[in-house]
Write a protein of this length. Sequence first.
Length: 150
Amino acid sequence: MLIARERIAKKNPFFASILFGANIIESKKHQTIWSDGLNILFNKNYVEDSANDQYIEGAILHCVLHCALLHASRKRYRDNERWNRSCDYPVNNVVKDYFPLFPEALTNPKWGKMSPEAVYEVLQQQDEKQGKGKQPPQKAFGHFSNSSCL
């Protein structure tokens, strides 16, 4: 994690200023890398798995951006899963310019340029049209979590 943090810092001083202010904490609560809105948490087994090497920096940057953009505090009344997905599109739009995205990354050229609040409204309308309420949890990777990872 520390090596990945250094690589991110070398690519962009702005990201470095945010990243070096974040606590990086080992945890077994989830299987990947995530954020609680303030800290970057990681599962040691996931980080040490060589199959994930190419995605570690991107996952860390993804989490750092969730923190920097105050996604946890901007959630307010919104559904946690839908809000998380809404935030992922603009975050991943930035991450992809610096590091490879993990295979499950949510991307959309149009939504990547929108605010999470605007993306949320679109997703909510889509879900309502399809008769879906709350969406099932997706694989917890690089997501932020207010109380539990998604």
